[in-house]
Write a protein that binds this ligand. Structure first.
Ligand code: NAP
Length: 429
């Protein structure tokens, strides 16, 4: 028996989904007796070359041809963005169709509404591809690790920024050069702000944290800082001190209190996340029973993302065979764990200062650190042109708010400019 599928959008991911469903249809039919078939595909342009073959009658520009077709039981959304994707998904769920989406923006911003609509209509919604592309993350967190209290999520979950920071580290490029290269190679969009300002990673952290920590998480719960201000000097000094700089998505659950941030962070070279380069993604998870785990792989691209989408489609076909529905309990409970001020968390901090190259200036800095009882783990001092010296200090662990106070007091000194302040990830907590 055939399971007709409606596909909304057929771009990079959608075209991969079409070809992968065709490749796996026999296997799914052998496994379940049900054969998934892409029946209708919504696009804007009927004549575009999509790199896969279609019967002309499969394509449509009318969403109603899919949403209003009673034979279609599974709808796959690969349009992206908020509208019209949100309206189409809510409409499909209301008409009792199961839904698969790769849309992180939509799930991060409207997840509770969408999950509650699915539950109210007795249908499933799956969105594995929305975080980490091919890497199985949501399934393991929701299913295989469900016996754990997950306390920590640490992820490199934006390929564009990881590519840029990797090129800055490996080839000594500055931010603008590395961004231009990422754009030339298709890793970064013409408007890269969602990636480089950390918003894309923050949206993915919202999805991961809500599932791992069993609570509703909002984008405003995440403290977000991008990588535009990271310089080639920061990357070089971090290297000298034994670290690499990564855009780290960090979620912690401490006895039901959450702290969530996305920010450039110094990672010790001995940490497994330090070796995640280029456009690869990784997620480090700590569970009270499982201990430490790390998931690694391709976070984007046509076939890696299609792998996750089609995995969800096959899960839905199995659900249909068994007559069951996948549920996401956190969204229904309406539970909201409190989010604590990240400023109370303890981290080592990296400070880069530009100071007048005169006797006594470093003593002033050292005096301030002493007065605020912040001890220094590493100090590097380099002479640069124009009577200026660059001073790099890595502190021992201090609360974020104390690092903030150090920076404010340094800024008030006449001969000193604070160029960068970044947290440092511990080797092993
Ligand atoms: N690309 C990746 O590597 C990747 C990785 C993980 C997740 N995702 C997610 O996957 C989703 C799709 O991304 P993508 O890269 O495949 O996007 P894309 O290449 O831009 O494809 C979007 C598709 O949607 C269609 N479309 C756009 N607006 C439409 C509208 N108003 N009505 C009907 N059709 C419309 C387009 O039709 P036309 O072709 O006719 O213009 C196109 O086929 C996004 O949510 C994205 O975040 C992508």
């Amino acid at each position: 028996m055939q399971i007709p599928i409606g596909l909304l959008g057929c771009g990079t991911v959608g075209a991969g989904v079409v070809s992968l469903v065709r490749r796996r249809a026999d296997r799914v039919a052998n496994m379940t007796g049900l054969r998934p078939v892409i029946q209708k595909i919504l696009v804007r342009d009927l004549h575009k070359d999509r790199g896969v073959h279609f019967e002309h009658e499969q394509l449509t520009t009318s969403a109603e041809d899919i949403l209003g077709d009673p034979d279609i039981q599974i709808v796959v959304e690969t349009i992206g963005g908020i509208e019209p994707a949100r309206t189409y998904i809510l409409e499909a769920l209301a008409r009792k169709k199961h839904v698969v989406t790769a849309n992180k923006d939509l799930i991060a911003l409207h997840g509770p509404e969408i999950l509650q609509t699915a539950a109210a209509n007795g249908v499933s919604i799956l969105f594995e591809a929305s975080v980490g592309g091919a890497i199985p993350l949501l399934g393991p967190l929701q299913e295989n690790l469900t016996a754990n209290e997950v306390t920590d999520l640490k992820g490199i979950i934006n390929g564009t920024t990881n590519f840029i920071l990797s090129k800055m580290t490996e080839e000594g490029l500055d931010f603008d050069e590395a961004l231009a290269l990422a754009q030339e190679l298709g890793y970064a969009e013409a408007d890269p702000s969602s990636d480089v300002d950390g918003l894309d990673a923050a949206r993915k952290l919202v999805i991961l944290a809500s599932i791992a920590f069993h609570t509703e998480v909002h984008l405003s719960d995440v403290r977000v800082e991008g990588i535009r201000h990271v310089t080639a000097s920061d990357v070089r000094y971090a290297d000298e001190a034994g670290y690499v700089i990564k855009l780290l998505a960090d979620g912690r659950d401490r006895n039901g209190r959450l702290s969530l941030s996305v920010r450039p962070t110094l990672i010790p070279k001995s940490h497994p996340l330090a070796h995640v380069s280029d456009a690869f993604n990784a997620l480090f998870v700590r569970g009270d029973a499982a201990g430490d785990l790390m998931f690694f792989g391709r976070g984007a691209g046509r076939m890696p993302t299609a792998s996750a989408v089609v995995g969800d489609i096959i899960a839905l076909v199995r659900n249909l065979k068994l007559g069951v529905v996948t549920s996401w309990p956190y969204a229904l409970a309406g539970s909201r764990k409190p989010v604590v001020d990240f400023e109370d968390d303890l981290y080592k901090f990296y400070f880069r200062l530009m100071a007048a190259d005169q006797p006594g200036v470093f003593a002033q800095v050292a005096h301030l650190f002493g007065e605020l009882r912040v001890s220094m783990e590493t100090v590097l001092q380099k002479r640069v042109a124009g009577g200026q010296a660059e001073i790099v200090i890595v502190s021992h662990e201090i609360p974020g708010k104390l690092a903030h106070e150090v920076a404010t007091r340094l800024r008030s000194m006449p001969n000193i400019a604070v160029e960068a302040v970044m947290p440092v990830e511990p080797v092993n907590e």
